[in-house]
Design a binder for this molecule. Structure first.
Ligand SMILES: C[S@@+](CC[C@H](N)C(=O)[O-])C[C@H]1O[C@@H](n2cnc3c(N)ncnc32)[C@H](O)[C@@H]1O
Length: 260
């Protein structure tokens, strides 16, 4: 299958990534509050050792570090990872970050209480083999009973309705409004799609248009659940936006204890 490179997409997007949000700091705080509550509910107050294995520029990792957890980040994009370190430091949070593929995590086995993979990062893996490799490595770096937290787009309906675009999001900057939207091009298999990610940046009296391309696998809830179960997780629970307060469905699961 022909696919666009996720690394190229995020390396290029990293300097502009915060513009996806109307107010990135407010989003960080909101997301950390919900994720912290989910972790607290399952593992107690902590602080916990947290790996954010697709941390990007740090949207969840920085908020969780500011909430007191001992957070480490990793991401496929070295440029996003470097920005996460700088953004964390600017907000008084320590955040060690590695440039790494979630299919081959450079961390010791059982090193973390929590592994986070948030904001639709897992669907960048385009085959069952790749999704399984990532989930097995997330399991490896979790301690027995540790918590997996994955957030993904609600794809079940999209798989039925095959949307071709997302609504525009508007972010206020000192130079004016930045507008972000996506066009979706579905593959013939009805499961994968290519995104054209547009950002309209105001320049003088006109717009500069930035277009970046990526490929996703629109995993249904059932597909994701089966992959997570097959990788050795139990207590798999989906939290809807209505129940969690998070803007995407959240899956939590526990690393099944190793056999003695
Ligand atoms: C939508 S962004 C979310 C980033 C971050 N969680 C946030 O919300 O700001 C998806 C992230 O997944 C990362 N990613 C994609 N494929 C990856 C892989 N194989 N291993 C690690 N990270 C990956 C990208 O580099 C990107 O930073």
């Amino acid at each position: 299958m022909a696919a666009f490179s996720a690394r190229d997409f995020y390396d290029d997007l990293a300097p502009d990534y915060h513009l996806i949000f109307p107010d990135w700091d407010a989003s960080m705080a909101r997301q950390a509050k919900v994720l912290d509550k989910l972790v607290h509910h399952r593992l107690g107050a902590g602080p916990h050792r947290v790996l954010d294995c697709s941390c990007g520029i740090g949207t969840q990792a920085i908020g969780l570090a500011l909430a007191g957890h001992k957070v480490v980040g990793s991401d496929l994009s070295p440029i996003a990872a470097a920005r996460a370190v700088a953004e964390a430091a600017a907000r008084g949070a320590g955040l060690p970050v590695a440039a790494a593929d979630m299919r081959r995590l450079p961390f010791a086995s059982s090193a973390f209480d929590v592994v986070v993979c948030a904001d639709n990062s897992l669907p960048h893996l385009l085959s069952a083999q790749d999704v399984t490799a990532a989930l097995l490595d997330m399991r490896r770096v979790l301690r027995d009973g540790g918590l997996l937290v994955i957030t993904v787009r609600a794809y079940d309906e999209a798989r039925r309705t095959k949307p071709t675009a997302t609504p525009p999001q508007v972010s206020e900057t000192r130079d004016g409004k930045v507008i972000t939207f996506q066009l979706w091009h579905w593959h013939e298999d009805g499961e994968h799609y290519d995104v054209e990610h547009f950002q309209l940046i105001p320049v003088a009296n006109t717009w500069t248009v930035r277009v970046r391309r990526a490929t996703y696998w629109a995993l249904t809830r059932q597909q994701a659940t089966e992959f997570v179960a097959d990788a050795g997780f139990t207590d798999i629970t989906w939290h809807t936006p209505a129940t969690s307060g998070y803007y995407q469905p959240v899956l939590t699961a526990r690393r099944a204890p190793s056999a003695p």
